[in-house]
Design a binder for this molecule. Structure first.
Ligand code: HEM
Length: 360
């Protein structure tokens, strides 16, 4: 009986992932849109693993090893850099549109708005805006999801390069010593200085609005433009850091809950690599990028999951969404590359406007 239940749980997870991906293809890819993170910009450069790692010897993250890389920054939800929302950094350990030995997808905020496939699917259905805020019904049901929202959103950040970005989900870290560990990553500014755009908690007591501020004077492209200008002046650098947790027998599943940050005292951040980007890619090249958490060596692989209530099912869904990304590129071929959208703020046809890329 137990075996049958396990089989059913796994089957349901598989079916949920396939069904969700099909939904993405029909509602997003077909319209040449990503599920999220559409409004972005990509640069190329190098990732160099630190010379003297404080973390255990690792076959992939070898001291001094260097990779070409692509770094894509994005505003997660809206085609307007001036809107309050989460920002992102996706790092590919290769100068490639897709193929890579290792990809990382990082968002601002230490914790995730959703933490199992089940509540991610609820989140995805709660897009409706109430008083200028999407996902309000989800936040009503899940106060810790609302907390994650408050933690991750940024208002008028000065630069993509002045933010802290987190992987939030744990993945495997199998060192050369054979000890099983789990790892989380983050990427921080070169000077390790204060993060820009954090909204004081007292200003978030009544939540926040994701509509463009009336009479907004900041360009909808200001963050992308600032990043382009910054790269024009010279290389932009970051530190990639990691946090480790040694696997324990009878581990509480809570260690995998991406809505809970690991304690920095017991799990200190350690430098893993220096990231340096020095040349911006075109808008078309930026659009042709696909990242995947499934692109990783076995020693940094994703943690298996067994049901839609398993914390690791978040990464399971992500790895199964590949068809939606491939379909997005297929529809570029059929319908042409996405055109820049410039009049987002004037479009009052729907309360939640379609996320498209705004570029000059
Ligand atoms: C803590 C959890 C998550 C984080 C940190 C995260 C982060 C990201 C980031 C940074 C991107 C931008 C990639 C780019 O620059 O092209 C992205 C895109 C995307 N994510 Fe997530 N994500 C999470 C959960 C999920 C889940 C549960 C799904 C479910 C399938 C998902 C599906 C996608 C898809 C389909 C895209 C668009 C990719 C494309 O079309 O190229 N993500 N995510």
């Amino acid at each position: 009986m137990k075996k049958l239940k396990e089989l059913f749980d796994r089957g349901l997870l598989w079916a949920a992932a396939k069904f969700f991906t099909l939904g993405l293809i029909l509602t997003r890819s077909l319209f040449k849109l990503r599920m999220s993170h559409d409004n972005g910009t990509t640069a190329i450069g190098t990732v160099k693993i630190v010379e003297n790692p404080r973390f255990p010897a690792h076959d992939f993250l070898q001291a001094g090893r260097s990779f070409k890389c692509r770094l894509r920054h994005a505003s997660v939800s809206y085609p307007d850099d001036a809107v309050i929302q989460v920002r992102a950094a996706s790092l590919k350990f290769a100068d490639s549109r897709y193929d890579s030995p290792f990809d990382l997808e990082l968002n601002t905020g230490t914790i995730s708005l959703f933490w199992t496939a089940r509540n991610f699917l609820e989140f995805a259905q709660a897009k409706k805006m109430t008083q200028g805020l999407a996902f309000s019904a989800y936040y009503d049901k899940y106060p810790t999801g609302l907390e994650a929202g408050k933690e991750g959103i940024r208002k008028y950040p000065s630069s993509f390069s002045r933010l802290y970005y987190y992987s939030q989900c744990a993945q495997l870290f199998l060192g050369k010593d054979g000890v099983k560990r789990y790892v989380k990553f983050r990427m921080i500014p070169e000077d390790r200085g204060e993060e820009s755009g954090i909204i004081p908690r007292k200003d978030l007591e009544n939540r926040w609005s994701e509509l463009a501020a009336p009479g907004e004077t900041l360009s909808p492209n200001y963050l992308k433009q600032e990043f382009a200008d910054r790269i024009g002046l010279g290389p932009v650098r970051y530190h990639l850091q990691l946090q480790l947790h040694t696997a324990e027998e009878n581990e509480s599943p809570e260690i995998f809950n991406c809505n809970v940050a690991w304690d920095e005292k017991s799990h200190p951040w350690m430098d893993a690599a220096q990231v340096e980007v020095n040349r911006l890619l075109s808008l078309d090249e930026n659009n042709l990028m696909r990242f995947s958490v499934g692109l990783a060596p076995a020693s940094l692989g994703i943690i298996p999951s067994v049901s839609i209530d398993d914390y690791n099912s978040i990464n399971y869904l992500r790895t199964h969404a590949g068809a939606a990304k491939t379909a997005r590129l297929f529809f570029y071929k059929i319908f042409g590359m996405p055109k820049p959208v410039t009049n987002w703020r004037d479009d009052t046809s729907s309360e939640r406007r379609p996320a498209r890329i705004v570029q000059k």
